[in-house]
Design a protein around this ligand. Structure first.
Ligand SMILES: [Zn+2]
Length: 121
């Protein structure tokens, strides 16, 4: 199911895909209120449309990005630059490196990312 948040009249903000894990009815005075328990589906599943399927294992989950950003203090691990940072796979994805472990992801500035891989991601 899809969850929308009403921002104001006529404008709905798409909040991503949720899974309905539980639903029940509570009596609230004279009204019956439907309650739903929702969990956010994983980012991977949201992005796993046929077009992105090939790439989707390459995507770095946001929790990994947050962990890496915190660990590397928002700086290039080589020069400390805080500009034009990229998330870099220490062991390249094509060589079996994973996007799912913060240990294999680091922050590099554009210059060092370019030096390392020879291309801009
Ligand atoms: Zn750098």
């Amino acid at each position: 199911m899809r969850v929308y948040e009403k921002v104001r009249d006529g404008i709905w903000n798409y909040n991503g895909l949720f899974e309905l894990v539980d639903a029940w009815v509570e009596k609230n005075g004279i009204r019956m209120v439907f309650k739903f328990k929702l969990t956010m589906t994983s980012e991977d599943r949201v992005k796993a449309s046929p077009n992105t399927f090939k790439e989707h294992n390459r995507l770095i989950p946001s929790w990994v990005k947050q962990a890496v950003w915190k660990r590397d203090k928002g700086q290039c691990v080589q020069c400390g630059s805080m500009d034009h940072l990229h998330y870099d796979h220490d062991l390249p994805f094509c060589e079996g490196g994973t996007s799912l472990l913060p240990e294999n992801i680091r922050l590099l500035c554009a210059r060092h990312n370019l030096q390392k891989s020879g291309r801009i991601e």
